[in-house]
Design a protein around this ligand. Structure first.
Ligand code: AVI
Length: 328
C-alpha cells in the first residue's frame, strides 16, 4: 500500500534514521532545547491526536467540519470534481473521506509520516469507496518531497486541513506552499484549513484540556524520542505546558522538567558505549510545537507570497477558523 521508494527513514539504525537522530540530538543540546512537532506522531501519538479532536475544548476539528458541511457545495464548485486529491497528513483519512461524495476525486493520495496508522485507515477506506483509486504514501512531506509517477499529474489538488500549516513558522509555511505549487503543475490547486486568532483563554484551553489528553500527547513524544534515539527520558519527570503567545501569534507547547535531571543517549553508531548527557534544570523546557494563528487577511497575504491567488475562503459565524481555496 505504501510506496517503498518513499520511506521516510532512508538509512535505518536500530533506532531512527541517521538524519532524524542528528536532528533530535542537536535540538536537545541547544541552549533552548526544541524538537520538531513531527515527533509527536508515533502510533500512539496519532491516536492521541485523534482523541484531541474529540475534546470539547479543541474547537478546530469540529469548526472546520461545520464549515465543510455548511459550504460543501460552494467548496466543491471551486475545487471541481475528478481531481487528484493529495491529502497531506491524512491520519485516519476521515476528513477527506467525508468530502468524497462532493469532490468525487479521480484519485486519492493520502500522505502521512505515521505509515502503519495510514495503512490501516486506507485498508478500511478502500472497502467503502472501491471506485476511487488510492495510492497511500508513508513519508515525511514537511521537508522536501517529490510525488512518484503513480500519482496522476493532472489536476493535483493538495488538501491540507486541520490548520496543520500552523505548525510551520510563517517563513517555513511560505517555503512549504511554494514546494506544493512546484508539485502541482499549474492546473490544480490547494484546499487548506487555517485556525484564526481569537480570545487567548479559548486557545489556552484548546491546548491544555481538562482531562489531560493534550498533556499525554505532548509527553508521549518523550517515549517516541527514547525509541528513536535510545534516550532515557523518564516521562514522570516532565510536565505539559501550553499557552497562547499573542506577540508571536502562536500557541506554544513545551515539556517542562519537574526537577533537575539528566537525559542521556548514545553518541553515535560507532560509539555505542559513549552517551551524550543533557542536564536540565528544574523548570527548564523543551519547546515541542508551535501552532500559529492567522487573520484571514494575513493568510491571504501568505498565500500570495507563496505564489497562490486566494480565490475563495469560507468561515464559521464566530470566525474561529477558515477554509481557503487557492489556485496557482
Ligand atoms: C496538527 N496540528 C494542527 C495540531 C494543532 O492544533 O496545532 C496539533 C496539536 N497540538 C496540540 N493539540 C493539537
Amino acid at each position: 500500500v505504501i510506496s517503498p521508494e518513499l520511506s521516510s527513514r532512508p538509512v535505518n539504525t536500530p533506532h531512527g534514521s541517521h538524519a532524524a537522530i542528528a536532528e533530535i540530538s542537536a535540538g536537545l543540546l541547544a541552549p533552548r532545547a526544541a524538537t520538531s512537532p513531527k515527533y509527536l506522531y508515533d502510533g500512539l501519538g496519532s491516536k492521541l491526536f485523534e482523541a484531541i479532536c474529540e475534546l470539547p475544548e479543541y474547537y478546530p476539528t469540529r469548526t472546520e467540519a461545520a464549515i465543510f458541511e455548511r459550504h460543501g457545495a460552494g467548496i466543491a464548485h471551486a475545487v471541481g470534481t475528478g481531481a487528484t486529491l493529495i491529502d497531506l497528513g491524512a491520519g485516519n483519512c476521515a476528513k477527506a473521506a467525508s468530502l468524497f461524495p462532493l469532490l468525487r476525486p479521480g484519485q486519492y493520495v493520502p500522505v502521512d509520516i505515521s505509515r502503519d496508522f495510514l495503512n490501516e485507515a486506507v485498508l478500511r477506506l478502500r472497502q467503502r469507496f472501491p471506485e476511487i483509486e488510492m495510492t497511500a504514501l508513508g513519508l515525511d512531506f514537511s521537508s522536501s518531497f517529490e510525488l512518484p509517477s503513480s500519482v496522476r499529474a493532472e489536476r493535483r489538488v493538495f488538501f491540507y486541513p486541520g490548520s496543520s500549516i500552523g505548525n510551520f513558522a510563517p517563513h517555513e509555511a511560505i517555503a512549504f506552499l511554494r514546494r506544493l505549487r512546484a508539485n502541482e503543475q499549474g492546473d490544480g490547486g490547494l484546499l487548506i484549513g487555517v485556525d484564526l486568532i481569537k480570545d487567548g483563554a479559548v486557545l489556552d484551553a484548546a491546548y491544555d484540556d481538562a482531562i489531560g489528553v493534550t498533556a499525554a500527547f505532548n509527553l508521549n513524544m518523550l517515549r517516541h524520542l527514547n525509541h528513536l534515539i535510545g534516550s532515557d527520558f523518564e516521562v514522570s519527570q516532565w510536565q505539559h505546558r501550553a499557552f497562547f503567545n499573542a506577540e508571536e501569534s502562536r500557541v506554544e507547547m513545551h515539556l517542562e522538567a519537574r526537577e533537575a535531571l539528566v537525559v542521556t543517549w548514545p553518541e553515535g553508531e560507532r560509539h555505542h558505549e559513549r552517551r551524550v548527557e543533557r542536564h536540565f534544570a528544574r523548570g527548564e523546557r523543551i519547546h515541542t510545537e508551535d501552532s500559529y494563528k492567522y487573520t484571514r487577511r494575513g493568510f491571504i497575504d501568505l498565500l500570495q507570497e507563496a505564489g497562490f491567488a486566494a480565490t475563495h475562503n469560507w468561515t464559521d459565524d464566530a470566525e474561529w477558523f477558515a477554509v481557503f481555496h487557492a489556485r496557482a
